[in-house]
Ligand binder design. Structure first.
Ligand code: SF4
Length: 437
């Protein structure tokens, strides 16, 4: 269930239907102001909405004043074990403080922090970590780690409510993807507060990105989660931000910059597509508009699956073609495909987002396409289209059969065995994500 309450981390709303906020954490020694500010600016440029800094020492809390004053995005101070540092972080103007009440020295110390946070209007991120659950939940953790995580999180929420503090979001961190999914699903049904999602210690750029995409993507697709952090073992925090955006873009939860579509290539490929895709991807980073750009490895399938792309190229051995929204624009030698593609994109922006066509060049490209297209070839795209059509036919046949066999009114909506209808109207992703049918 989507969160009902919203908090403000600086000017960034989190929860209550706000766009899912992207956050990351600096990897520098926080008190090293030059290095920390450089990394904050880099992650902000990469698209981080919020950034967290570790505050394990007095000098880090001291540095916060300057960091908060100079940062282009809100700062969360990350505190463990020492509630005095949390108090100092609030006084230094941190836009949010992260602490796990279970390791901060008892409810009295948590109360001191919430009282000061209340006076300053500072939100908290409170949470639990699978690696540091309270002692009384250790047995439960062995039997049912998901129930243990959720119980610890609920106890934390109840403590906050007893202290009459409600300006917080909640996180439950686990290194296990299935446990992350199951616990957040369960918790989202039981509390109204915003949820911070992450798979902790996810791993390297490759494995960590995949684990995060599976774990966080599954939850986000169900409308669960209000801010995400991708944890990767890299010093380059901006990589975490890029992965977070790819997940949000893939689910169409947020838009940021162009979307690149590229075919997987196959034995029909006739040019060096790897380097072309890499160059197109890199050059697209300079654009902010969410245009779709497609790269197809051959013309055998015509424009095929990329018919909807704003711009695209399809290549052959010596010649390739540039097209827009399914219509050829011109054919060009393969070596100039990328250059000419970006000329067309720049021309489009210079003309106020209008595609300017040269009819002669377009006619030439159409003729080239007709010569090169083989509408009998079983390309990966055509096989996928045939499979999809077959599946749809099977489904239709199944529906007809079911309606013939099933007595009228036998299955009530929401009853046993029937699909649970998603309430799209209250979902923060209403109408913008795929339907589970
Ligand atoms: S057939 Fe499809 S996958 Fe193979 S190179 Fe051509 S466009 Fe790419």
């Amino acid at each position: 269930m989507a969160s009902q309450r919203q908090i403000l981390v600086g000017m960034v709303p989190v929860g209550g239907g706000a766009p899912v906020a992207v956050q990351t954490m600096t990897k520098t020694e926080t008190a090293n102001l030059q290095a920390t500010m450089e990394q904050i600016r880099t992650v902000a440029e990469a698209g981080a909405d919020i950034v967290r800094v570790a505050v394990p020492r007095e000098q880090d809390a001291e540095a916060l004043k300057t960091i908060v004053a100079q940062s282009p995005i809100p700062i969360i101070a990350d505190i463990h074990f020492n509630h005095t540092l949390a108090l100092k972080a609030i006084e230094a103007g941190a836009h949010c403080v992260r602490l796990n009440p279970g390791n901060i020295g008892g409810p009295e110390k948590v109360a001191e922090v919430t009282a000061l946070a209340e006076r300053h209007g500072t939100p908290l991120r409170v949470g639990v970590n699978s690696g540091s659950l309270p002692k009384h939940l250790r047995d439960l953790e062995y039997e049912n780690p998901v129930e243990a995580l959720v119980t610890a999180a609920i106890e934390t929420v109840e403590l906050m409510e007893r202290l009459d503090f409600r300006n917080f979001k909640v996180s439950m961190k686990s290194t296990s993807v299935p446990n992350t999914i199951a616990s957040n699903r369960m918790l989202s049904e039981r509390i109204p507060y915003p949820l911070h999602l992450g798979v902790t210690e996810a791993g390297t750029k490759w494995s960590g990105s995949l684990k995060s995409a599976v774990g966080l993507g599954t939850l986000l697709a169900d409308g669960i989660g209000d801010t995400i952090r991708i944890s990767l073992s890299t010093f380059h925090a901006e990589e975490e931000v890029k992965v977070a955006w790819e997940i949000l873009k893939a689910l169409k939860l947020r838009e940021k910059g162009p979307v690149l579509i590229a075919c997987p290539t196959c034995g029909r490929l006739q040019f060096d597509m790897d380097s072309v895709v890499a160059e197109v991807e890199q050059r697209l980073e300079a654009y902010e508009d969410p245009i779709e750009v497609s790269v197809l490895g051959c013309a055998v399938n015509g424009i095929g699956e990329a018919r909807h792309a704003d711009f695209g190229i399809t290549g052959a051995k010596d010649m390739g073609m540039i097209y827009s929204k399914g219509e050829p624009l011109k054919k060009v030698p393969t070596g100039q495909l990328v250059e000419e593609l970006f000329k067309e994109i720049d021309r489009y922006y210079a003309a106020g987002k209008t595609v300017e066509r040269d009819e002669l060049a377009a006619a030439e490209a159409r003729a080239w396409l007709a010569e090169n297209e083989d509408d009998t070839a079983m390309t990966p795209e055509r096989i996928a289209a045939l499979e999809a059509a077959a599946a749809e036919n099977d489904e239709l046949a199944g529906d007809v059969l079911e309606s013939m066999l099933e007595p009228a009114g036998a299955v009530e909506a929401g009853g046993n065995g029937s699909a649970v209808a998603l309430d799209e109207a209250v979902s923060p992703v209403a109408g913008r994500r795929f339907s589970r049918g």
